[in-house]
Write a new protein. Sequence first.
Length: 170
Amino acid sequence: MEARHPKSSKTIMTDLVLPSETNPLNNLFGGELLARMDRAASIAARRHSRRIVVTASVNHVAFNRSIPVGSVVTVEANISRAFKSSMEIYIDVWIEDRESGRRDKANEAIYTFVAVDDTSRPVQIPELIPETDLEKERFEGALRRRQLSLVLAGKMKPNEATELKALFFD
Ligand SMILES: CC(C)(COP(=O)(O)OP(=O)(O)OC[C@H]1O[C@@H](n2cnc3c(N)ncnc32)[C@H](O)[C@@H]1OP(=O)(O)O)[C@@H](O)C(=O)NCCC(=O)NCCS
């Protein structure tokens, strides 16, 4: 199975915030943003693995800035690491100022997707080779984030999370 670079699966989705997608403060509803991020991440995971993919876990979401109605929102999904059947995906969310055209980072999230066959069984995926400094940094951290996610899901014992523990005790 041939290894792939993050750029071959990068997914960028740009869309408006409509009034029906907002909360009582006229800002984008959190669940709507989660769905947009899930969609972009799922396309990136499918491009990398070329398989059916499912969301296994939402590992981190930071709603740092509210996004007002009428905003132009860009959701960018990049695979940060591929394991055996699972992929960590970083999602960066940008909003665009109408007058200056400047893009500001509004939110970010980290999702895990798993490639599966027609019977929902996990299948092997290609390796990911990071190229840029940011891709390498996210690749390095992915192993401990995977361990944290598995520990929280009750699928790994804390004392087996070697890289995660090293973050606190080394
Ligand atoms: C995700 C799913 C395929 C995992 O199946 P499973 O039987 O737990 O399979 P495994 O334990 O072999 O795990 C498969 C991979 O997922 C990873 N994984 C499972 N749960 C995870 C979690 N909470 N966080 C991070 N990774 C996780 C495992 O580490 C493993 O990765 P690897 O193959 O790269 O080593 C299965 O739980 C599923 O189908 N869930 C429903 C998915 C869905 O419907 N999503 C939409 C939300 S409504």
